[in-house]
Design a protein around this ligand. Structure first.
Ligand SMILES: Cc1cc2nc3c(=O)[nH]c(=O)nc-3n(C[C@H](O)[C@H](O)[C@H](O)COP(=O)(O)OP(=O)(O)OC[C@H]3O[C@@H](n4cnc5c(N)ncnc54)[C@H](O)[C@@H]3O)c2cc1C
Length: 476
């Protein structure tokens, strides 16, 4: 079979493009090298739906971020049943001498169409952010910013794209790309071959390699590492907004981040590294994050930290690379999707669809596009009365598997039904194993449910795909 479009990479960029293309009468294949979508950069970020401030106003990413934020607030969160929380953002200054800088960010934001920006003084802040330290003097209030679970955002897009006819194939690493005499791309993934008229490269950190394989070695991706530190849920209400300091040249600085699942987070650092697999956290990263966060909120302490991770931003120059490669007709690169890629993805998807159309792909809308996705129930997100109603309807909601995060067996069943095949896939969809005990209590229960539901032998259960099995068969 020849697909109309093959998309390489099921992170937020590829997932959003797949969902956008699923509106049209097209045969689309989404290929992912990992065992599940969202296992690349899109799983390790701050989960902020940025308003669009702090980007160079003339950049592509600036206007895509503003448009992505609008799409989230006005359409996508409601359509896909996402828990988007519009908590707003503050950009704090420690010296009133920096007010002109805030004024500049405000003016640039307004020029991009960001609404409601306001410079606020210490009295305003005292009323709304009682835990701010004495050094903070004033801030820019940005009401349209918010927070979301990044992986559940990816899963929702993929699920909806598949519902609308997109084919998803995981554990399919693209290792070679050839071009037939008829111009059709032939992608090799281990033992399989996939043919397509158009190729969309959304391979994150590896987008430079995919573009080169397709015949366009036109850019290089350099990973920019960001270390993040998650705080205990008991500090959930430490901040009411996402709090930023004034940005530096290469990063938005160390933030205090509300997350949509409750645990606040502090970070990220920003350090260019060579190795695309280097996800280590460091003593120096921890020290930088703690001192940056404590300057804004001195009550944050090292003992609040319950988990940490690092993510790698796929950086190529200062902007996103979203273009048709004229030297390889039919190849669209959606590459260098550094921050704010999570926010921008829905707008990137619209732009990529436009590029495909301009280069010869007819976009004919489907008569029946399923725009809506039912919102999965998560006990940790609902009030007690709703929990009682769910348990009365289905007792499996009362069978608690993960005590730290209040996750029931019904939520694990639901996650498996929606595509989870690994322990991380279950964690990212439900939060089971994400609490203080890191799965010490619930992992064996989850493994048992996976065995029963997926028909796996216990030795085939993995954390994140082949090579991460938990239980070894000594007879082999
Ligand atoms: C620390 C940190 C904090 C951030 N915070 C924010 C934030 O708060 N808000 C925001 O908007 N943005 C944020 N970002 C940026 C955001 O996370 C990225 O822009 C976004 O996740 C990039 O998504 P992607 O789909 O392009 O890449 P990925 O998520 O990496 O997806 C690419 C996919 O391609 C697959 N792939 C690669 N090679 C192959 C191959 N050969 N064959 C098949 N598949 C392949 C990978 O496995 C991967 O799943 C942050 C980034 C970091 C690192």
């Amino acid at each position: 079979m020849i697909y109309d479009v093959v998309i390489v990479g099921a992170g937020i960029t590829g997932a959003a493009i797949a969902r956008e293309l699923s509106r049209y009468k097209l045969a689309v294949l989404l290929l992912e090298k990992e065992a599940e979508p969202a296992f690349g950069v899109s799983k390790s970020n701050s989960g902020i739906i940025h308003a669009g401030t702090q980007n160079p106003p003339a950049s592509v990413k600036a206007w895509l971020c503003v448009e992505g934020n609008r799409l989230m607030r006005e359409e996508i969160a409601a359509d896909l049943g996402l828990n988007f929380v519009q908590c707003g953002q503050l950009i704090a200054v420690f010296d009133l001498g920096d007010l002109p800088e805030l004024e500049k960010i405000k003016k640039e934001g307004e020029a991009l169409g960001i609404k409601g920006l306001e410079i606020v003084d210490r009295a305003w802040l005292d009323e709304r952010e009682p835990n701010l330290g004495p050094e903070v003097q004033a801030a820019l209030y940005v009401p349209s910013a918010g927070i979301i679970s990044p992986y559940r955002f990816v899963y929702a897009l993929v699920e909806n794209a598949v519902k609308n006819g997109v084919e998803l194939k995981t554990s399919q690493k693209v290792s070679a790309i050839r071009r037939g005499a008829d111009g059709v791309f032939e992608l090799e993934t281990g033992g399989e071959k996939h043919n397509s008229r158009f190729l969309v490269n959304a391979a994150g950190l590896f987008a430079d390699e995919i573009s080169a394989m397709a015949g366009a070695p036109t850019f290089k991706i350099t990973p920019r590492k960001g270390e993040e530190y998650l705080l205990d849920k008991k500090r959930e209400h430490i901040a009411n907004h996402i709090i930023f300091p004034l940005p530096t040249k290469t990063s938005k600085g160390i933030l205090i981040i509300k997350t949509s699942d409750g645990n606040p987070m502090i970070g990220p650092t920003a350090l260019d590294v060579e190795d695309k697999t280097d996800l280590s956290t460091t003593e120096s990263g921890l020290a930088e994050v703690l001192s940056g966060a404590r300057r804004m909120m001195p009550s944050i302490s090292k003992s609040d930290i319950i988990a940490y991770f690092a993510g790698l931003r796929p950086v190529s120059g200062k902007d996103f690379i979203i273009r048709h490669e004229d030297s390889v007709p039919g190849l669209i690169n959606a590459a260098g999707i550094q921050s704010p890629g999570l926010t921008s993805a829905p707008a990137i998807a619209v732009m990529v669809a436009g590029l495909l159309a301009r280069h010869g792909l007819p976009l004919e809308p489907k008569a029946e596009f399923h725009r809506l996705r039912p919102r999965p129930a998560h006990l940790f997100q609902v009030p007690l009365e709703e929990t009682c109603r769910l348990v009365a309807k289905n007792p499996a909601y009362g069978d608690i598997v993960c005590r730290c995060e209040l996750v029931s067996s019904q939520e694990i069943y639901e996650a498996i039904k929606r595509g989870a095949t690994t322990l991380d896939g279950i964690k990212f969809r439900t939060r089971a194993q994400a609490g203080r005990c890191h799965g010490g209590f619930c992992t064996t229960r989850i493994i048992k449910i996976m065995q029963e539901e997926l028909g796996f032998p216990v030795t085939a259960v993995t954390k994140r795909g082949p090579g991460s099995e938990l239980i070894k068969d000594e007879r082999k």
